[in-house]
Design a protein around this ligand. Structure first.
Ligand code: NAI
Length: 328
């Protein structure tokens, strides 16, 4: 059996946490031969800490063979101590009357503190996934607050958008999701994201040619994927949780264990590819191998795609400008 790895999860008593932790502990994220120690962070509030204790009791009651230890805390320096993986799920939700700018500020405070704590105490190779919204900008803030860590180890979750797009395409073409390759989602995890199936194939055949309907792409597919989060809230009365946890598992699993040449979407700091300014935390098509991701290069960006990419990039640049003063 391998030595256990330490997995920190923030917002552990929340909705997503309740779907996520059990799957990490059962081995779905890092493999059925990889023991894990869970290091769970919640806010210093009696109710939240009590709820966290309840979740930990249930984890115990599952008697997972791979769960090699567990702690619950309200201190980021304890939660992130020697962490090999960190899933930053907890974030401040938008309250009544709260503007987007206020939301950015409130979250910037959380993610500067957590970035600094990761910088101070986590494993030097810690791999970080930010799920809490606004995910891309929160990941950017955490990365900038951790100057001693590899910036490429900070990522944001676009995988739910990727998976949503896969399912829509499977339904449209009548094929299985597993048949679809080379799909990607560019940009911000927000309704401005650009889900792009121009390169996608099914059994080597072009999905774009199979669908052959630009209006469907523009007027049905893109709005359906972009507004899916709002549609879930309208239907369920709560935001996506099990599907978000599933996407977090997929993201970390593929990053750690590889994609065998398949494309997936990750929000990562740009290296300048496709004209996206360096450091912007942007959804890109990537492949993963040996614990590292690589941007798929050489894709043609047509006029429609460039327009879409610019819209989502502008939104990210605005968010970045909105928090710049907090980052020194
Ligand atoms: P939730 O409100 O049920 O749970 C969040 C938990 O985080 C709460 O228990 C809260 O006490 C905790 N928390 C807040 N601030 C914290 C901090 N500074 N440190 C540690 N814990 C903290 O929310 P839910 O449904 O679990 O969603 C979590 C986040 O994920 C939200 O920001 C949501 O918008 C985002 N999300 C992102 C998605 C993506 O695709 N990137 C998809 C779905 C949700």
């Amino acid at each position: 059996m391998k030595a256990p790895v330490r997995v920190a999860v923030t917002g552990a008593a929340g909705q997503i946490g309740y779907s996520l932790l059990f799957r990490i502990a059962s081995g779905e994220m890092l493999g059925k031969d990889q023991p894990v120690i869970l290091q769970l962070l919640e806010i210093a509030n009696e109710k939240a800490q009590q709820a966290l204790q309840g979740v930990m009791m249930e984890l115990e009651d599952c008697a997972f063979p791979l769960l090699a230890g567990m702690i619950g805390t309200d201190d980021p320096n304890v939660a992130f101590k020697d962490a090999d993986y960190a899933l930053l799920v907890g974030a401040r939700p938008r309250g009544p009357g709260m503007e987007r700018a206020d939301l950015l500020q409130e979250n910037a405070k959380i993610f500067t503190v957590q970035g600094k704590a990761l910088n101070d105490v986590a494993s030097r190779n810690v791999r970080v996934l930010v799920v809490g919204n606004p995910a891309n900008t929160n990941a950017y803030i955490a990365m900038k607050s951790a100057p001693d860590l590899n910036p490429n180890n900070f990522t944001a979750m676009l995988r739910l958008d990727h998976n949503r797009a896969l399912s829509q395409l499977a339904a449209k073409t009548g094929k299985a999701v597993t048949d679809i390759e080379k799909l990607t989602v560019w940009g911000n995890h927000s309704p401005t994201m650009y889900a792009d199936y121009r390169f996608a194939t099914i059994d080597g055949q072009s999905v774009k040619d199979m669908i052959n309907n630009h209006e469907w792409n523009r007027d049905v597919f893109l709005p359906t994927v972009g507004k899916r989060g709002a549609a879930i809230i309208a239907a369920r009365g709560l935001s996506s949780a099990a599907s978000a946890a599933n996407a977090a598992i997929d993201h970390m699993h593929d990053w750690a264990l590889g994609t065998n040449g398949q494309w997936v979407t990750m929000g990562i700091p740009s290296d300048g590819s496709y004209g996206i300014p360096k450091d912007v935390m942007f959804g890109f098509p990537v492949t993963c191998e040996n614990g590292e991701y690589k941007i798929v290069q050489g894709l043609e960006i047509d006029e429609f795609s460039r327009e879409r990419i610019n819209v989502t990039l502008n939104e990210l640049e605005e968010e970045r400008a909105g928090v710049a003063h907090l980052l020194g």
